[in-house]
Design a protein. Structure first.
Length: 385
């Protein structure tokens, strides 16, 4: 069986060949521990890691010393939120997250709430954006920490994080942003941002590595999750995986160079996909606004069907995902789509398509006809039944 065309680039991306090549020598040939300070094997690995750290920092306008390598955005988000929350004084223990946050952030917020923190979950406008006024209304004198995703993992909404950061910074509130979907896709600058999470495998780098940017300033502490040998300012001890770090650095450098070109090309493919689908599926509705949105994202609902049935029909042709998560065999509607105001049935009829660098017009055309054919088949089956 031919593999279905991969159109699920929000879940992960392929490793760019140049990234893979850059990683290879660091597995078998140059395997020194980057934290060995007594010999050339260690120095060589350390130099490679610091070069990679500088490339990651460069993509987000940070100083290399402020970038901490982690195992991925899940760990970065946990470290950022648990770590920053722990350092908040007793009178600043109000935390704001969004109702559309990635499950790892929603999970941390639930845990903080079980401890001595108060948590507000902010709801977006129907287009997916968080209005600054609504955020300002939610702020209290006790607010110590706010987390808002830079670009959304399901509907691709790009938030005005620089404006949000400026408002929060002027009030001394710590601002964290999960930029796993945004980094390498849109320009980012950490000015005024205290904490930013990144993941290599969302930007054509390897799985298993990410970073947390930390803006060090007086009175701001991030408590480590692990205790160990003191690496990376003690914030994230443990041996840094040299091949993964080198690959992450390379992927960031390439993403920086290709960002404009990729964005232009993917926006063209996405527009072709949407108009093709609209032509064959007049009932289709786009979830979230189209204006402030990642170029490679499309999330639509197809009234009258259940997305998981559609994905099953499409399994041999294209790989896309449903606007839902499987929680122990029961299919749950996406909390993010519900937060946008969709009904359960609408959320369950939604699909997410994430285009990538390697996708072509031909891929998009196959996807259009396959989705329309599968939809028509499912609708015909409901009429008979
Ligand atoms: C993928 C993703 C994560 C998790 O990243 P990992 O590196 O796989 O742990 C977190 N947040 C967002 C927005 C993501 O898209």
């Amino acid at each position: 069986m031919r593999k279905p065309i991969f159109l699920d680039h929000h879940s992960t991306t392929p490793v760019e060949p140049a990234v893979f090549n850059a990683m290879q020598p660091w597995f078998v040939e140059s395997y020194g521990n980057p934290h060995s300070s007594d010999h050339a094997w260690g120095w060589q690995a350390e130099a490679a890691i610091e070069e990679a750290r500088a490339k990651v920092a460069d993509l987000i306008g940070a100083r290399p010393a402020d970038v901490i390598f982690t195992s991925g955005a899940t760990e970065s988000n946990n470290l950022a939120l648990f770590g920053a929350a722990e350092g908040l004084p007793a009178n600043r223990r109000h935390v704001i997250v969004t109702a559309t946050a990635h499950p790892c952030i929603a999970g941390v917020a639930d845990r903080l709430e079980m401890r001595e923190f108060e948590v507000t979950r902010l709801y977006p406008r129907a287009d997916g954006l968080y209005a600054l006024e609504k955020l300002a209304d939610a702020l209290r004198p006790e607010t110590g920490l706010v987390s808002i995703e830079a670009a959304h993992h399901e509907i691709g909404t790009i938030q005005p994080i620089s404006e949000i950061a400026a408002v929060l910074s002027s009030r001394g509130i710590i601002f964290h942003t999960d930029a796993a979907q945004a980094a390498g896709k849109i320009p980012l600058d950490v000015a005024d941002i205290d904490l930013m999470s990144l993941s290599a495998h969302k930007l054509y780098g390897p799985k298993g590595i990410g970073a947390l940017y930390v803006r060090w300033r007086p009175g701001f502490t991030v408590t480590p999750m692990f205790v160990g040998g003191g690496q990376q300012r003690g914030l994230r001890p443990g041996t840094i995986p040299t091949p993964l770090a080198v690959g992450f650095g390379e992927a960031c450098e390439i993403a920086g160079q290709r960002m404009a070109q990729d964005g232009y090309q993917l926006a063209g493919l996405r527009d072709r996909l949407l108009s093709g689908l609209r032509a064959g599926l007049p009932d289709l509705v786009v979830n979230g606004g189209l204006e402030s949105r990642l170029a490679h994202n499309l999330n639509v609902r197809l009234p009258g069907i259940v997305a998981s049935d559609l994905l099953y029909e499409l399994r041999e042709t294209i790989a896309i995902s449903a606007g839902s998560a499987c929680a122990s065999a029961r299919i749950e509607p996406s909390p993010s789509l519900l937060a946008l105001g969709l009904t359960e049935a609408e959320a369950l009829s939604s699909i997410r398509i994430g285009l990538g660098r390697q996708n072509t017009q031909a891929d998009v055309d196959i996807a259009i006809s396959a989705i329309i054919a599968a939809y028509d088949k499912l609708i015909a089956a409901t009429r008979v039944a």
